[in-house]
Ligand binder design. Structure first.
Ligand code: DX5
Ligand code: ZN
Length: 229
């Protein structure tokens, strides 16, 4: 995985056909997705359940690029090895998932993955201040995690603060929740480079009609990049 700050679109398979993950991952990559975002929920840290490491391992061969695994689970540490062995390139844990996020981030890098930290809307940018040398990504939640299709919560000030804090360090700023062609420019302008989008990518399309995914991905990318045109 090489580092850059170009806009990357990361469709969340939370909005895909759960009976068809392999084909859905292939379809979004063929239609221009940069990363594949995989939402793991445990019904405890968040009020919804999705799937675990076995599903990640099963879809891995269908993803050519980056598998970006977002863990909305607590505890995290007992499962890091499983997700790394499943082939996650990036493993993101929540700052709010336990008292020892520093240890969690160490464990993610030791397992051979890039380490991400996610911040719920109520968690300030300063939560990462002591962790900047041990993270590869900060995920700014622009919804309260648990479900796709929620309304975007404006976290622009937090994104700006993180961008200032990060400086020249090779740390991605990822935005997750309610990203669409209207909200993408706001977060891109504030300093984000990885845009997760579930509903806005999958809406109107299917594995039988994958070109709709392509149209949706291009619309988000164009809106985000338009600011710099
Ligand atoms: C929310 C998940 C998101 C979600 C985004 O808990 O972490 O990745 O799928 O979905 P949209 O783009 O529909 O808000
Ligand atoms: Zn997510």
């Amino acid at each position: 995985m090489t580092f850059d700050r170009k806009i990357k679109i990361a469709p969340s398979i939370l909005s895909a056909d759960f009976a068809n993950f392999g084909a859905e991952c292939q379809a979004i990559e063929a239609q221009g997705a940069d990363w594949v975002h995989v939402d793991v929920m445990d019904g405890h840290f968040v009020p919804n359940i999705t799937f675990g490491p076995a599903t990640c391992a099963a879809i891995r061969p269908h993803i050519k690029g980056v598998m970006d695994v977002h863990l909305m689970i607590a505890p995290v540490d007992p499962y890091i090895g499983d997700f790394a062995r499943a082939g996650a390139d990036v493993i993101t844990a929540h700052a709010e998932a336990g008292p020892h996020v520093h240890r969690t981030l160490q464990a993610i890098r030791s397992a051979g993955a890039k380490a991400g930290i996610a911040l719920n809307p109520g968690t300030p940018a300063g939560a990462v201040a002591e962790l900047l040398d041990m993270i590869d990504l900060v995920c700014v939640m622009t919804v309260n995690p648990g479900f796709g299709g929620q309304k975007f919560i404006d976290m622009t000030a937090k994104i700006h603060a993180l961008r200032d804090m990060i400086g020249e360090r090779p740390i991605h700023i990822e935005i997750d929740g309610g990203v669409d062609p209207v909200t993408a420019p706001l977060v891109a302008q504030a300093g984000a480079d990885v845009l997760v989008a579930g509903s806005a990518v999958f809406k109107g399309g299917s594995v039988g009609q994958p070109e709709v995914y392509g149209t949706n991905i291009r619309a988000i990318r164009a809106a985000a990049e338009g600011l710099y045109a």
